[in-house]
Write a protein that binds this ligand. Structure first.
Ligand code: XMP
Length: 326
């Protein structure tokens, strides 16, 4: 059993210098562990898996194969950025799997939140396993496990409860950031040259936009979630709120209301804005947004997002509301 306790004398990585020292240490450790063998990594584009990918690319180059599964529930531009950063800029061996139809077909008609999560998690493992079986000679599986995952105090990944790869795949684990806290992973990511919008990104749930397209997911309503989320993120970035507000996103519930556009009656969905601040995601406060900003975002969403005629602002703290809507 690997020791899963952070060494007591391990210094907190708070500066670029400390990050560079950590990187040097890890590169040597990774090369010693992996030798000339091959490693596989599921690369979502989140901070943890991106930092692990960047470390492994430096340590063992094309002995690493990254698999990026697009399950159709990612934010606008996310898969494209993974391809741009890792394949084009870092010359990674990256397999892009377009599994959008597979996931959306499996999810069709499923309204129960936990069933949706289970389907997404199980299908993800299945797609990744299929890709792993196509590759030859893989001996190691890299993972972006971080220390809060080990301590199980982090509510964010505690939702991942779908099991893992089948035993017969029998990979040895490579977990270079398993003793780091999130802020340390970010400092290391920055030192590795990853783009700021990857390093400082807000938390994003594994089931992605799937839990924000409330109830049974349909492709058109999912697009409304994705497009409204992109507008919200763009406006937060423009107004200096990205990196200041802990988490912000949009939700599209499964009901319609009447509206009016160009003199004609519409019957369309509302978009809900959720923006919260928290320390540990166990409780959360609503972020105060300026009214002119809310009005501007509302105008953009109702004119640019298809099928939407209203914008609502969720002013509920946690508790009583959770951060996500399902
Ligand atoms: P809630 O909604 O429980 O969310 O207040 C707390 C934090 O956890 C994230 N979250 C998830 N993360 N898989 C994840 O990886 C999930 O199923 C999941 N559900 C919620 C949520 O975005 C927030 O940061």
């Amino acid at each position: 059993m690997a020791d899963n306790r952070r060494p007591e004398n391990m210094e907190r990585i708070t500066t670029p210098e400390l990050a560079l020292a950590f990187i040097d240490e890890q590169l040597a450790a990774l090369r010693a562990q992996i030798g000339d063998k091959k490693v596989l990594l599921a690369l979502s584009g989140g901070v943890d898996s991106s930092v692990v990918a960047a470390l492994l690319i430096r340590a063992v180059g094309r002995q690493l194969t990254c698999v990026h599964v697009n399950h159709g529930l990612l934010r606008k531009g996310e898969s494209e950025q993974v391809i741009e950063v890792f394949r084009n800029q870092m010359d990674a061996n990256l397999i892009y799997v377009d599994a959008v139809d597979r996931f959306l077909d499996k999810l069709a008609g499923v309204a129960d939140p936990e069933t949706k999560r289970k389907i997404i998690g199980a299908e993800f493992i299945r797609v990744f396993e299929e890709e792993a079986r196509k590759l030859e000679g893989i001996e190691f599986l890299a993972q972006g496990t971080i220390y809060p995952d080990i301590l199980e105090s982090g509510p964010v990944k505690a939702h991942h409860n779908v099991g893992g790869l089948p035993e017969d795949l029998n990979f040895e684990l490579v977990e270079p950031v398993k003793f780091l806290f999130k802020d340390e992973v970010r400092v290391v990511g920055k030192a590795l040259g990853l783009p700021d919008n990857m390093v400082y990104r807000q938390p994003f749930p594994g089931p992605g936009l799937g839990v924000r397209c409330v109830g049974a997911i349909t492709r058109d309503r999912l697009e409304a979630v994705r497009e409204s989320d992109a507008i919200l993120r763009e406006e937060f970035a423009k107004n200096g709120l990205a990196g200041k507000v802990w988490q912000y996103f949009t939700i599209v519930p499964d009901f319609k209301s009447t509206g009016i556009r160009d003199g004609l009656r519409t019957y369309d969905w509302p978009v809900v804005i959720r923006a919260v601040n928290t320390v540990d995601a166990v409780t959360a406060e609503v972020a105060e947004l300026s009214f002119p900003l809310l009005q501007h975002i509302t105008a953009r969403i109702t004119s640019e997002v298809k099928g939407v005629n209203r914008v609502l602002w969720d002013v509920t703290p946690k508790p009583s509301g959770t951060i996500e809507w399902e």
